[in-house]
Design a protein around this ligand. Structure first.
Ligand code: FE2
Ligand code: FE2
Length: 168
């Protein structure tokens, strides 16, 4: 988190997401566990930053919409290990995330809704329909694996800098 290039990149990510990251309900994801001790908040920031890095190379249309939907893809807002720890969580949580996003932040575009609904592909009812949806489902799997293997720890310095700038 030191080079000028990294700081420039972080600033661009925050241009897209700062208002969401400063939101109290988004912050509340820090209290929910997503992958063992990894919180839903850490995972969501990590996934959206990974999608953001992919967009840097691919330059898709609607980059801002893609990053914002990626940040909120697991906005289901419950402790699934104790409250809904069963096979239905996999099917249920994207739908709950869409409901919560639209209640808190207003209607998403069709592309964003499909991104959230299909992020568990192929274990979901909707298939990805856009480059953003494909980037999200790939990044989600990559980051989930990194969460479980512990390699997501390398993202901690970036995560802490993002929190320092948005939670003060
Ligand atoms: Fe998910
Ligand atoms: Fe996820």
């Amino acid at each position: 988190m030191k080079t000028e290039k990294e700081l420039k990149r972080l600033n661009k990510y925050l241009e897209y997401t700062e208002d969401l990251l400063s939101d109290e309900t988004v912050r509340s994801m820090t209290q929910y566990h997503h992958h063992r001790e990894v919180t839903t908040h850490f995972h969501s920031v990590y996934v959206s930053y990974t999608v953001f890095r992919m967009c840097d190379r691919l330059k898709p249309k609607y980059e801002r919409q893609i990053i914002r939907a990626s940040l909120l893809h697991d906005f289901y807002l419950y402790e699934w290990y104790t409250e809904k720890h069963d096979e239905y969580h996999i099917w249920y949580h994207p739908k709950q995330a869409v409901k919560n996003i639209e209640e808190h932040f207003g209607k998403m575009s069709d592309m964003q809704r499909n991104m959230v609904m299909s992020h568990m592909f192929p274990a979901c009812r909707e298939n990805p329909h856009s480059i953003g949806a494909w980037l999200l489902t790939v990044a989600d799997k990559y980051c989930a694996t990194a969460d479980y293997t512990g390699s997501s720890k390398k993202f901690i310095p970036v995560y802490e800098e993002i929190n320092r700038r948005t939670m003060s």
